[in-house]
Design a protein around this ligand. Structure first.
Ligand code: GLY
Length: 311
């Protein structure tokens, strides 16, 4: 029995641990833990209080995967519902689909009886209004102005890990050995409206399979989408790699040979079916948290630093 998470998930671990200790499922544990982070207005990268997109709307991405059935549910660019992870789980359980996006996702959340609300807190709105590096956003309705604004901010965003590497990851293995994984995010601060990152893309930002293990990403989602990063980790486990080798191999594919590894920001937590855990990052000084059988509290550990693109 074990749960691992990105460090901002620490606040969700006590409740998830209680669920696991009482014989609950890994799926219930990761959903409950994620909802606690989605509730936290001080985490500006997930759920309520998340930083908005370029035009000031909070758009959430989330996914959940059941490693036993390989069923998954996801939402992209969801507006107005803080518990994106629960909407994702309902997609998995109620629909013959894996992902809903935008208006369809919000419509489905309403049909499931969830309450819509305004997700942009005054604190997050103030930061958005102030812009990045003190540059005041000059958003207008014109397409050209939006694109110019996005280009102006992109260089700052990609060099600022805090703005690009939020998101919360949880992976749990319950008493019966079943594995589930959950990812939730408000995505890149000041992203283009409608942008969907890796978090709801199964195989990119989230993947779980009881037979091998699971992985979940935070960071520059476009890279994980291109490379299918979490599916790679699980495939490498299937091929007999150790967990650490699997993470290294997946990060080797994050960028093309001509790309500068210094611009790639990516972090990942991973678990194999034996309960071994590992977390990696392209940035130094980053940590993750875990709690396993026999521990009364979670522990915070450093992540291995990997230069992307290196074998
Ligand atoms: N990894 C989160 C995102 O790119 O939206």
């Amino acid at each position: 029995m074990i749960i691992i998470a990105s460090t901002n998930g620490a606040i969700g671990i006590p409740q998830a641990w209680e669920i696991l200790e009482q014989g609950g499922t890994a799926l219930d544990a990761v959903e409950a833990a994620t909802r606690i982070v989605e509730d936290n207005p001080d985490d500006h990268t997930v759920g309520y209080g998340g930083y908005p997109n370029l035009v000031g709307d909070v758009e959430l991405d989330a996914s959940i995967m059941d490693g036993t059935t390989l069923q998954a549910g996801a939402v992209g660019a969801l507006r107005g519902y803080r518990y994106a992870i629960t909407v994702a789980r309902r997609v998995m359980e109620e629909l013959p689909h894996v992902m809903l996006a935008g208006e369809g996702a919000a419509r489905f959340a309403a049909e499931m009886g969830m309450q819509s609300e305004h997700l942009l807190t005054e604190q997050a709105a103030q930061v958005w209004r102030a812009g990045i590096d003190g540059q005041q956003p000059t958003i207008s309705a014109s397409q050209t102005a939006l694109l110019d604004e996005l280009r102006r901010h992109t260089a700052n965003l990609t060099s600022d890990p805090e703005r690009v590497s939020g998101t919360v990851n949880f992976i749990a293995q319950d008493r019966t050995g079943h594995i589930a994984s959950a990812v939730s995010t408000s995505g890149w601060a000041w992203k283009y409206p409608g942008r969907v990152g890796d978090s709801p893309v199964i195989g990119a930002g989230n993947y779980a399979d009881d037979r091998y293990g699971a992985a979940a990403c935070t960071g520059w989602g476009e890279l994980a989408i291109r490379a299918g990063t979490t599916r790679c980790v699980v495939l490498y486990l299937k091929l007999g790699y150790t967990l650490e080798e699997a993470c290294h191999a997946a990060f080797a594919d994050l960028i093309a040979p001509h790309e500068d590894p210094g611009t790639a920001i990516m972090s990942m937590v991973a678990l194999d079916r034996h309960g071994n855990h590992c977390a990696v990052s392209t940035s130094s000084g980053r940590t993750y948290v875990y709690q396993a059988a026999g521990m009364t509290n979670l522990e915070e550990l450093p992540r291995l630093v990997i230069t992307p693109g290196q074998k």
